[in-house]
Design a protein around this ligand. Sequence first.
Ligand code: NMX
Ligand code: MLT
Length: 468
Amino acid sequence: MQRVAVLSQHVVAGGPARPPLGAAATSAAASPIVAKLKGKIAALAKDRVALKAELLKAGDTKIQDLTVEMCINGARSIKAMVTETSDLDAAKGIAYRGLSLFEANQKLPKAPGGESGLPEAAFWLLLTGEIPSAEETAAFTAELHARSAVPANVLTTLATLPKDTHPMTQLSMCMLAMQKDSKFSAKYQEGMMKNAYWEWALEDALDLIARIPVVAAHIYRRTFKDGSTPAYDSKLDWAGNYAQMLGVNDSEAFKECTRLYLMLHADHEGGNVSAHTSHLVGSALSDPYYSWAAGLCGLAGPLHGLANQECLAWLLEVQKELGGKAPTKEFIVDYVEKTMKAGKVIPGFGHAVLRQPDPRYMLEREFALKHTKDDPLFHLVDCCYQAIPPTLEKTGKVKNPYPNVDAHSGQLMHYYNLKEDNYYTVVFAVSRAMGVMAQIVWARALGLPIERPKSVDLDTLKKLAAKK
Ligand code: NMX
Ligand code: MLT
């Protein structure tokens, strides 16, 4: 495998990675695929903006009752924000623009010979509401490659961080380092009309998505390896190239696994911690880099994205305890009880919205059954799948005892030799950036205002409850 230092291969030294803003705007406008993408978003936005105006004519229509519990317990199920890209159903799981993940995975264009839907095609779907053709996907992939040069200041910033800084902290700081080149921010400073916001948010979104795998791979290589990174390969698709830049496994199967992983994690409507954080920050017209840097800090929490790291660590602990013996349901049940007695949650199980096994988990399970069925860690994951739900159900308090996506993804990464579990949330982050970016573009296209819910203290809540 050819290995070169990222700095010499894929980083633009000495300032911004592209010509000054005006020239960049011209060249972006000259890119036929970006022009097509903008045309599709603009056409859809015309209808959606009209629908928004129509709805606001009856803006005081009541759609839901608010309870004391909703206010205290994390705003659960309050329908209080608009997200156009995807919708989460408690039973069916996430739908990208109305398509279940099973449908999306089937319909999205694939890499040659591949079976996993390409994540950049999912990004196009989230942005436009349409499955791109194979030609559109190829042109979109090429566009991302063309935007992928990382400004030198980003890696200079990274180089100042101790290598034992959590990879999520490193990634969030890199997003802030990239903010310097935000086209949205520059245009806002110059003065732009409100109806142009989304186009410049899209420009930042495309740059960010193009660059995040390069930065993420470099974080992996500097933190866990010798700091050199396999050369960027623009003949590959966006995810296949990210997989090869990690430098842990050259197989096509690992590339397919990464494509599937990045496609499945791309969006989970607007209320999850990282998307909601990014939406909130973006509502102040902070640019997409600020928004995703903030969102990443939420994704780094153990109840959210960090659960996949915790899950693999937990599985490896169980495996160690097993001491080479095959896992049994009884053993898992005992271990689960021990974990909960220690005041910990079982990572990878439960969900704030889902009330069935997560379809993302089921799709990863399908992949694992096909490609990794002899892996001892898969046997353990499989045994947990059988044993844990009834055990959590017995507690009487866990609303969803089933596995979520994080209960499987670590096993797959581990199988393909990506073994450092505290990197796993970064892979999640590379994927989720797409959904969050699409959401931000749409928030600007719809002209959604600064978000500012009303908070109350408990005495006020008591008074409000007494009035009813
Ligand atoms: N293990 C042990 N206890 C749990 C679990 C679990 N996996 N899930 C929920 N509970 C407990 C929860 O801590 C709460 O206990 P208490 O009343 O003593 O505070 C009780 O069950 C009720 O919680 P729920 O209403 O079922 O769950 P909630 O909506 O508050 O939280 C999660 C959802 C996902 C935060 C929670 O299920 C959890 O902590 N799971 C483990 C962490 C995890 O897998 N997170 C990943 C989420 C998906 N992602 O990719 O981001
Ligand atoms: C997600 O993918 O964001 C998680 O499943 C958490 C959520 O939806 O609340």
